[in-house]
Design a protein around this ligand. Structure first.
Ligand code: F6R
Length: 606
């Protein structure tokens, strides 16, 4: 949700800032801007739309300055246009901001009364004027401290000062921010991905902290303005490179990377010699846990929902699932013997982080399943289970979804075995099947042609439905979400057995309906529900698994068979054609697949 870059160097910085903004575009892409200092002045250039537009501006091409800040925006306050784009500047100060200032209206009133003039509709502009106002009577540290104390809400900030040619200030509350170290230059970034092409040495700011980035030194301060020491982390070289290769879109690449994602996770957690699962340093005794609450947003919530079915089936634990934005404001009954599990690809989702924070404040046991191990959620939970799927750039989550499901399944097996819900033989059988999964996903990825051809029917329809029961229900929700977010087609995921209680009224002649009916314990029931929608005119794409048993049903529009495996693991395979359906449907419509409209990858606002 918005991206920040800052560079303080002895070389000109505008071209490097533009390149870094291109990398950050997955975080926000409705407008972009840059500000540098040169000849004692702040130069600012902004444009609506993509970074390409900004780059083409002749003012950017001729921009001087060895110190600067840049921003890509995902609009919260005010239209996505060049006036509302960041940076926002007064004569003395220029600011880029991620997050939301909740008391901006009140602050604006105060600043207007002091004679400040506002140009944009954004909440960010109050930060610029507050610092400018406080600088009249205070030094930089005190004006920053006072400004940060006045702000309610969340922020990551990059700040330039006209009279400070060797200073970028970074500050964070709620939104992530990182500092990078280079040779005779230092950087500020809203995530390490933006900094990776320049450095592998990173420090993350914690909530309440701010920093002074000079060319040859970085100083960190706590919220009281007292200097603190921070660790410098070294990123691996593999983490530093990630591009599209021969693929047209990151999403296509990330779908194809899923066998590797699963292999990485399996290699990381499965102990082949002892037929066991390695989850080291689990901080609690198994007897201390009698229930599990899984919390996430969007696709991550769907992986939680999937895990609920596994936990209920395989363990004797009580298990519940919650959407983070609901959990954080409800009256929760916290229980000491519950393990609170937070699932998040980015590890920065504001709602999920707030839910974690709430649990921590109440002294609960917290565990996170994340992809970005340096993220806030990973750093602040008691225990972390990394997904190990590598960076995911496509805004629509694909390989991280399979990665999350894998880790939750592994956790479920381990807890079940430790609790003696699962005996050794069955445990080993499940591990053997799991090891075969990457190959089966690889084979299922070959179902391309049929999916490509049916995708046109989804594009032509007014809307579509995705139906499943039991293990397939969370996957139906995920399939519908992928189609909505990429193709902007109304798609509804529903439990197949629930159709008769209302949604059946939506079915009309020719409406495309995906029915997920693998040959599991729900198969016959789902096939009956499928017949109910066919009888009302739906065009059914049946997705099932390979089997020698014939499918006994008439008038199915198309059938697609994924590979065969045990009932627990079929959801992984059913996901593949649904990801491809969304991909091809958006491709045919010519939409921007890696950056769907109105969305951003890392949702750091609530
Ligand atoms: C959908 C999608 C989103 C994310 C959600 C949570 O394709 O990507 O629904 O799953 O915003 O994000 P994370 O997993 O980063 O917490």
């Amino acid at each position: 949700m918005c991206g920040i870059i800052g560079i303080n160097s002895s070389k000109p910085v505008s071209a490097t800032i533009i390149n870094s903004l291109k990398k950050l575009e997955y975080r926000g892409y409705d407008s972009a801007g840059i500000a540098t200092l040169s000849a004692g002045l702040i130069n600012e250039v902004k444009s609506e739309g993509r970074v390409d537009n900004l780059e083409k501006d002749s003012l950017v091409q001729n921009m001087q300055g060895t110190i600067g800040i840049g921003h890509v925006r995902w609009a919260t306050h005010g239209l996505p246009n060049s006036i509302n784009a960041h940076p926002h500047s007064s004569q003395n100060v220029s600011v880029v901001h991620n997050g939301i200032i909740e008391n901006s209206t009140l602050l604006k009133k105060f600043l207007v009364s002091k004679g400040h003039k506002f140009k944009s509709q954004t909440d960010t502009e109050v930060i610029v004027h507050l610092i400018t106002e406080y600088l009249k009577t205070k030094n930089i540290i005190d004006s920053i401290k006072k400004t940060l104390k006045s702000l309610h809400g969340s922020f990551a900030l990059g700040i330039l000062f006209k009279d400070q040619p060797d200073l970028i200030v970074g500050a964070r509350r709620g939104s992530p921010l990182a500092v990078g170290y280079g040779p005779n230059e230092n950087y500020l970034g809203s995530d390490s991905y933006a900094l990776k092409s320049m450095t592998n040495k990173i420090t993350y700011l914690n909530d309440g902290e701010f920093c002074f980035i000079k060319k040859d030194q970085v100083e960190f301060f706590n919220n009281e303005g007292i200097k603190i020491n921070k660790k410098v982390l070294q990123l691996s070289s593999e983490e530093q490179k990630y591009d599209k290769g021969d693929y047209k879109h990151f999403m296509a690449k990330e779908i194809d990377e899923q066998p590797k994602t699963l292999k990485n996770g399996i290699n990381e957690y499965l102990d082949n010699i002892n037929n066991d699962i390695n989850i080291y340093n689990f901080p609690w005794k198994i007897s201390e846990i009698s229930s599990v609450l899984l919390i996430g947003c969007g696709t991550a919530y769907h992986s939680c929902l999937m895990a609920k079915y596994w936990f209920e089936q395989i363990t004797s634990l009580d298990v519940n699932v919650d959407i983070a934005s609901e959990f954080r404001y409800r009256k929760n009954r916290f229980k000491k013997d519950t393990l609170y599990v937070f699932v998040s690809q980015s590890g920065e989702t504001a709602d999920t982080y707030a839910a974690l924070d709430l649990c921590k404040q109440n002294g609960m046991k917290t565990c996170s399943v994340v992809n970005i191990i340096e993220s806030s959620i990973a750093r602040d939970s008691d225990f972390v289970l990394p997904i190990h799927c590598g960076i995911e750039i496509g805004v629509a989550s694909t390989k991280a979804f399979l990665g999350q499901m894998l880790i939750l399944y592994i956790l479920c097996l381990k807890l079940s075995f430790l609790r003696k819900d699962l005996d050794k033989d069955n445990f080993i059988k499940k591990l053997i099947d799991l090891k075969k999964l990457p190959k089966l996903v690889d084979q299922t990825l070959l179902t391309d042609n049929k999916i490509q051809s049916v995708s046109s029917s989804f594009n032509e329809a007014k809307g579509s439905m995705f139906l499943g029961r039991g293990f397939s229900y969370p996957i139906a929700l995920e399939g519908a979400l992928k189609l909505k977010e990429l193709s902007y087609i109304h798609a509804e995921g529903y439990p197949a057995g629930e159709m008769k209680h209302g949604p059946l009224a939506l079915i009309e002649e020719g409406m495309p309906v995906v029915v997920l009916a693998p040959r599991d314990s729900y198969y016959k029931k789902t096939i009956s529900n499928m017949q109910e929608v066919i009888a009302r005119g739906a065009k059914v794409l049946l997705i099932t698994n390979k089997s020698e048993d014939e499918i006994i049903s008439e008038n199915i529009w198309e059938t697609l068979e994924v590979e065969n495996t045990n009932e627990d693991l079929l959801p992984f395979l059913l996901t593949i054609p649904l990801q491809k359906l969304a991909y091809y449907s958006a491709l045919k419509k010519g939409y921007d697949i890696d950056k769907p409209r109105n969305l951003a990858k890392s949702v750091t606002v609530e």
